[in-house]
Design a protein around this ligand. Structure first.
Ligand SMILES: [Zn+2]
Length: 258
């Protein structure tokens, strides 16, 4: 009888320990992967919205990775319809977002902090060029959309920069049929080219990280990562910043480091 009670108590004790260990692991993982989770949830909400588009007219492809001569491209979402091929780049940033169509970088203001990030319109243009090559279609058949978080305060002077809540309306506002081809064929072409290999996908992320590191090293030396020119301090509409001395040929800018 005593042994039975002991065994029972041990069982309960171990259950609690296992639960506690499990709980700690989850907390640690959430802290470590916070940025990744936030990034993924941004894409998740766009995915949820795109699912609401009428299924007989719009075909949605998510998280596509393709390779062309110019490198590997990771495309967040592609919507294929008679009204065109919508290529969507998602940015899940908070705060005030300032930018325009032409600048090399956009700015995120978070409180007193200012962060530069690559112009998503330019990024998306690279994706469109890759898809154009794969599908053998004219550029006029593609519509570029940049989708920002609902939480962001967006001050961007450019067409087709929207937020999650408005993305379906923007897509549905294109009412002219411009694609006279078999849409299923386009979809299978993309699916055929889509890289599913985990190692290649991981490498793509690694390469991006390496490029960022390399750019940071050049910035530390006040060298433009884009054209190799000298970086100089300039006065802009929103205060001082550091830009490439080859402006206006090169529009590269960087953070002022304290
Ligand atoms: Zn430059």
């Amino acid at each position: 009888m005593k042994e039975l009670v002991n065994e029972l108590m041990n069982g309960i004790f171990y259950d609690h320990i296992i639960f506690l260990i499990f709980f700690i692991i989850i907390v640690v993982l959430s802290v470590v992967f916070y940025r990744k989770i936030v990034g993924v949830t941004g894409e998740f909400w766009v995915r949820v919205e795109l699912r609401k588009l009428p299924k007989n007219r719009y075909f949605v492809l998510n998280d596509i990775m393709v390779k062309t001569e110019n490198g590997t491209h990771q495309i967040d979402h592609i919507v294929i319809s008679k009204y065109g091929i919508f290529v969507i780049e998602t940015k899940n940033y908070d705060g005030l977002i300032v930018g325009d169509e032409y600048k090399d970088k956009w700015i995120q203001y978070l409180g007193k902090n200012k962060y530069y990030f690559k112009n998503p319109i330019h990024q998306n243009y690279g994706h469109i060029k890759a898809l154009k090559e794969i599908l053998q279609l004219d550029e006029s058949k593609f519509i570029s959309i940049v989708c920002l978080s609902n939480r962001a305060n967006v001050k961007v002077k450019a067409q087709n920069v929207t937020q999650v809540d408005f993305i379906d309306d923007l897509i549905k506002s294109y009412k002219t049929e411009i694609l006279n081809v078999d849409l299923n064929e386009l979809i299978s072409k993309i699916e055929q080219e889509n890289i599913l290999d985990k190692d290649i996908r991981r490498n793509h992320v690694k390469n991006i990280k390496n490029t960022i590191k390399e750019n940071e090293r050049k910035e530390d030396e006040m060298v433009c990562p884009k054209c190799g020119g000298k970086m100089v301090e300039r006065q802009g509409k929103y205060g001082k910043f550091i830009g490439c001395s080859n402006y206006p040929k090169c529009k590269y800018t960087m953070n002022i480091k304290d």
